[in-house]
Design a protein around this ligand. Structure first.
Ligand code: NAI
Length: 326
């Protein structure tokens, strides 16, 4: 039986970089057939149909079916994995409350549709920004689905941080391990070198350059999205799709070491429950994650974790005020 995978924002640029990789087996492995459900808004349905034609033309042996819809109830019907990519971008002059409200109008009905129609065992990744709080909105409106099924993406931030450290030290990216990004997918995020390892040694010690970490590395990872927009004239798409594949594949199939996932907070590391914040997780496979406890959190880290989680608390308070989250 094929696994039903719903992708929202299917006609967008991340969708275009993502769907072919899902259909080729890179998301769920070479033994799992996939049935794709594409959700788009009416004006973009034709473009989604065009992408579907191209998917057909790839003759992927693992792709058993493609359905396209503008109705969330239809698109999430029986969904076992959902990648929520479509979102409302911030436009000029838009205040944060307006952005949260506009996205609430997308993620509230999608949460309700997941609650009412998705497979009981669904796993959800939110990519569309503001990803953490959009995940919180969807989760809060899917009361019958266990909260831990809802996650948001900070894997792109992790991958960016790994690449920066490898470049600084002139080592391969595979030498950099356990590099966890904490908090919000926003410039306040905190990529942590105290628990990361390079060649088995603490990355903070190997780098041995606090000025670089505080003044260059952390801000560059945090603002990498803006750097890409500046250079490319469009936001990260292929690297975002790649990170979405990494996130879901590792969650479903398992991975070694520590990974970054924005998950519903439980009180671990003193972070208040009730937000969706990026934390260190271990991934044994089977769609399970475990928050890794007992990591080293020195004052340098604590200060930054408090700031980025504080930002998420403010976003949570704003969406509660808007009646999007109870
Ligand atoms: P895009 O604008 O190219 O595509 C978005 C698509 O979503 C459009 O086709 C649009 O019609 C669709 N859409 C809008 N509302 C929808 C709804 N209610 N239901 C279904 N589809 C809907 O944008 P792109 O580049 O593909 O990015 C998508 C999102 O991912 C953005 O919010 C972006 O900020 C975010 N992003 C997140 C990253 C992360 O690391 N978490 C990294 C990069 C981008």
């Amino acid at each position: 039986m094929a696994t039903k995978v719903t992708v929202t924002g299917a006609a967008g640029q991340i969708g275009y970089a993502l769907l072919f990789r899902i259909a080729s087996g890179q998301l769920l492995g070479p033994d799992t057939k996939v049935e794709l459900r594409l959700l788009e808004i009416e004006p973009a349905l034709k473009a989604a149909e065009g992408t579907a034609l191209e998917l057909v033309d790839c003759a992927f042996p693992l792709l058993s079916k493609i359905d396209i819809s503008s109705d969330p109830n239809e698109a999430f019907d029986g969904a076992q994995v959902a990648l929520l990519v479509g979102a409302r971008p911030r436009t000029k002059g838009m205040e944060r409350a307006d952005l949260l409200e506009a996205n609430g109008a997308i993620f509230k009905p999608q949460g309700e549709a997941i609650n009412d129609h998705a497979d009981r065992d669904i796993r959800v990744l939110v990519v569309g920004n503001p990803a953490n709080t959009n995940a919180l909105i969807a989760m809060s409106n899917a009361r019958d689905v266990p909260a831990e099924r809802f996650t948001a993406m900070t894997r792109l931030d992790e991958n960016r941080a790994v690449a920066q450290v490898a470049n600084k030290l002139a080592v391969g990216v595979d030498e950099v391990q356990d590099l966890v990004v904490w908090g919000n997918h926003s410039p306040t995020m905190y990529p942590d070198l105290f628990n990361a390892k390079v060649g088995g040694k603490r990355a903070w010690d190997v780098v041995d350059d606090e000025a670089w970490v505080a003044g260059e590395f952390i801000p560059r990872v945090g603002k990498r999205g803006a750097e890409i927009i500046e250079a490319r004239g469009a936001s990260s798409a292929a690297s975002a799709a790649n990170a979405a594949i990494d996130h879901v594949r590792d969650w479903m199939l398992g991975a070694d070491g520590l990974r970054s996932m924005a998950v519903p907070t439980t009180g671990a590391y003193g972070v208040e429950p009730g937000i969706v914040g990026s934390l260190p997780v271990r991934l044994p496979g089977g769609g399970v994650y475990e928050i890794a406890e007992g990591l080293d959190v020195p004052p340098f880290s604590q200060e930054r974790i408090d700031k980025t989680m504080g930002e998420l608390r403010e976003e949570r308070d704003a969406v509660v005020k808007l009646g999007l989250v109870s």
